[in-house]
Design a protein around this ligand. Structure first.
Ligand SMILES: NC(=O)c1ccc[n+]([C@@H]2O[C@H](COP(=O)([O-])OP(=O)(O)OC[C@H]3O[C@@H](n4cnc5c(N)ncnc54)[C@H](OP(=O)(O)O)[C@@H]3O)[C@@H](O)[C@H]2O)c1
Length: 259
């Protein structure tokens, strides 16, 4: 069994940017970047001295593996533009089934890094879980080896499990981050810097290293402090969307204690 050493990317956004960096550092050969806008592919290609182009210019025979890192809603249209190939075709999506790739290559798989990536923010890849899946034992072994060159945390996860993990990730990262945004907005209206919340935010994530989230819960809802909740809801009357979120989450916390 020969390993994966030559990688091409279809899509050059957040995930491609981070995977390309860590893969180049691990000594993998980045053989091309292809995207909707040639300019974004060119930016990455320039860093790694690789060819670039639009999706239909991808020379599949040059790559052991092609990583399609595009939004889920764009996957079908992008696959239609990539020539059918015998390279191991991968996507990086949390929720798309592996079989979304089945008409585009006989060898398909998933390479899902479980982290939040923004192109402009560096991450330490060595601790990021990579969830792999492939449609043959041989490719599963190759993906395990490939992921193992980037991180110490490699998991074999099927499409059904990955979708559930993705939903859990949305609750624990995307929604929490949106709530940070709400908090920042509320403080800004009072000319108070977001920094005032930083120690609280850090202790909240620190605490769940030792306690389960259920046991770490504090605040008026878990204390059943209905009077305080009423005052807060009154205060939020001019911000009905924030009020709705506050009310729903408070109700859910109270309910979880009575189950
Ligand atoms: N970001 C994360 O935190 C994260 C983490 C793990 C997994 N993922 C998964 O990785 C995949 C890619 O995410 P991403 O954050 O890297 O996406 P992204 O930065 O928004 O975009 C990735 C690429 O997709 C191309 N693209 C966007 N819309 C398109 C369309 N309608 N047709 C054709 N190409 C289109 C963009 O092309 P141009 O820029 O060239 O126009 C870009 O190169 C998704 O499945 C996502 O679920 C994301």
């Amino acid at each position: 069994m020969s390993g994966i050493s030559k990688i091409a990317f279809a899509g050059s956004g957040n995930v491609a940017t981070h995977l390309a960096k860590v893969m180049a550092e691990a000594g993998l050969d980045l053989v091309g970047f292809y995207s909707r806008n040639k300019a974004s592919a060119e930016k990455l290609a320039h860093i790694y001295h690789s060819p670039y182009g639009s999706y239909n210019e991808l020379k599949t025979c040059n790559a052991d593996s092609i990583i399609v890192a595009v939004p889920d809603h764009a996957m079908e249209a992008v696959l239609e533009q990539i020539p059918v190939c015998s390279s191991l075709l991968l996507h990086t999506s949390g929720s798309l089934e592996m079989n979304a790739l089945q008409h585009s290559s006989p060898r398909i798989g998933v390479f899902y890094p479980l982290q939040t990536f923004s192109a402009a923010k560096l991450v330490d890849f060595s601790q990021i879980p990579i969830l792999v899946e492939a449609n043959s034992d041989e490719d599963t072994s190759m993906l395990t080896e490939l992921a193992g060159r980037l991180t110490s945390q490699v998991y074999h996860i099927n499409s059904h499990q990955r979708k559930k993990i993705h939903i859990a990730a949305i609750f624990s990262s995307n929604f929490v981050n949106y709530l940070f945004h709400v908090a920042e907005d509320l403080l800004e209206k009072e000319n108070v810097p977001f920094e005032v919340l930083r120690p609280l935010i850090e202790e909240t994530t620190e605490k769940i290293k030792e306690l389960r989230p259920f046991h770490a819960q504090t605040g008026p809802a878990v204390r059943n402090d209905l009077e305080t909740i009423k005052i807060h809801l009154k205060d939020l009357e001019k911000m009905p969307e924030y009020r709705k979120i506050y009310q729903l989450l408070s109700q859910q916390i109270i309910k979880s204690r009575n189950q």
